[in-house]
Structure formats: structure tokens, C-alpha cells
Ligand binder design. Structure first.
Ligand code: ADP
Ligand code: NI
Length: 217
């Protein structure tokens, strides 16, 4: 294997693995994260090979769809990178990115940090924002057979985390639980700037959504 083949080989591997993935987590999500990661990396002094591999492999096996097992993704990534004879420090770094990228919060304890993780994490978060972020949220809600919105369930989320987890909260709640909080969690300057734009777009969407719900427009 030559260095030149590594990224194309990884792309082919990820495409094949994600063939039957749900729409919000499919190859096109990976492609958008990859492109955004390269864009953000322009302004950051970092190892581009690690950024590329991290972006491409970050969702190789989402625990939501593997019965909650969070160790499968990093294992698959490691085996693949070993098969490509990638140097161990690079493998280690990419696996650390996969293990630490999630923005789920909760019990999750961050035990690794790097510029490359910052870049890939920002790129992944950006894909949960803006028009694409809205589409992904409703796609996920549809996949879970959730209501879009229910005025009886407070969209501003006055429920406890536990209550929320047990509920089948409508998709609109996800905006208040997670999506509208993301802009304040960005790591990089360019990621922060893009997130601010996408945040404004989502606020506009929500205002329009409520207005249409009430029959105002
Ligand atoms: P990641 O895979 O990037 O760690 P998640 O798996 O939490 O992040 O979310 C992936 C996508 O699915 C995001 O666009 C997110 O908004 C959407 N999503 C996750 N949970 C929900 C939910 N409860 N309702 C609607 N969309 C959701
Ligand atoms: Ni992702």
C-alpha cells in the first residue's frame, strides 16, 4: 500500500460499510463531514492525514444501530487501518478521535484532546446544524416513528434528562435538547463562524414552523 492509496481505499471501505445506513448517517454524511473538516483544517495547524481518516471513519458503526455497543466502531477502524499498514501512532490518534467525537454529553467523559479531534468534531457538529441539520433531525425522527411536534410536550424541555430519555419526545424537542446548544460548543474559529450562521437559520426555521402551525402564514 502506498500513502497515495490510503484515502481512496478508506473512502471505498466506508462507502461499502455504510451501504444500508439510515439517511442521516450514510456515506453522504461522511462526505459532508470530510469536506467541512478539510475546510476548517485550513485555519488550523494539524495533521491532515489524521483529520481525513478521522472524518471518514468517525461513524463507521454508530452505537445507536449496533445495540449500544460503542466499541465496535473503533475496532473496525483499527483493523482496517492495520490492514493498510498505517503507522501505529496514526491509528491510535484516529481511534481516539472516534472514541471522543460524540457530542452526547451525559456520562461521557472527555479523556483525549487534539487539534485534529477539534477539527473533525466541529465538522461533525456542523452537519447537525442548518438546513442539513434540520433535515437529518426529521429523518431520524421519522426513522424512530416520532411525532414532528406536539404542543403538549414543552419544546423548551422542562423535563429532566431521565424523563426525556424515557419519552418519545417529538423531533422538535431535539432542537432544544441539543441542536440549539451546539453553537456554543465549537472548538475552532471557522467552525464557530459557520455554526453561528447555521444557528440563525434554524431559529428562523423554528419561528416559521410555529407560525405555520398556528395557521398564521
Ligand atoms: P453523532 O452520530 O454525530 O454523534 P447523533 O448520533 O447524536 O450524533 O446524531 C446524528 C444525527 O441524528 C444528528 O443530525 C442529530 O440531530 C440526529 N438525532 C439524534 N438524536 C435525535 C433525536 N432524538 N431526534 C431527532 N434527531 C436526532
Ligand atoms: Ni457523524
Amino acid at each position: 500500500m502506498t500513502q497515495k492509496d490510503l484515502v481512496p481505499n478508506t473512502i471505498a471501505f466506508v462507502k461499502e460499510k455504510l451501504e444500508n445506513a439510515e439517511g442521516g448517517h450514510d456515506w453522504f454524511h461522511i462526505e459532508r463531514v470530510y469536506k467541512n473538516a478539510l475546510l476548517i483544517a485550513n485555519d488550523v495547524d494539524c495533521d491532515l492525514v489524521v483529520v481525513k481518516l478521522g472524518a471518514l471513519l468517525h461513524d463507521i458503526a454508530d452505537s445507536k444501530f449496533t445495540g449500544g455497543d460503542e466499541t465496535i466502531g473503533p475496532k473496525i477502524a483499527r483493523l482496517f487501518l492495520e490492514s493498510q499498514e498505517v503507522p501505529e501512532p496514526t491509528i491510535e490518534h484516529v481511534v481516539n478521535i472516534i472514541n471522543n467525537i460524540s457530542f452526547k454529553g451525559g456520562n461521557f467523559k472527555k479523556d483525549f484532546s487534539s487539534k485534529e479531534l477539534d477539527v473533525v468534531q466541529d465538522a461533525d457538529r456542523l452537519d447537525a446544524l442548518g438546513a442539513i441539520g434540520i433535515a437529518r433531525a426529521f429523518n431520524y425522527g421519522g426513522f424512530k416513528n416520532r411525532a414532528m411536534y406536539d404542543p403538549a410536550i414543552d419544546p423548551n424541555m422542562n423535563m429532566s434528562k431521565e424523563e426525556y430519555k424515557k419519552s418519545t419526545a417529538p423531533t422538535l424537542n431535539h432542537f432544544y435538547e441539543k441542536l440549539l446548544l451546539l453553537k456554543d460548543t465549537m472548538n475552532t474559529a471557522s467552525g464557530t463562524a459557520i455554526a453561528a450562521e447555521r444557528h440563525r437559520y434554524m431559529e428562523g426555521f423554528l419561528a416559521q414552523f410555529y407560525a405555520e402551525w398556528e395557521g398564521e402564514l
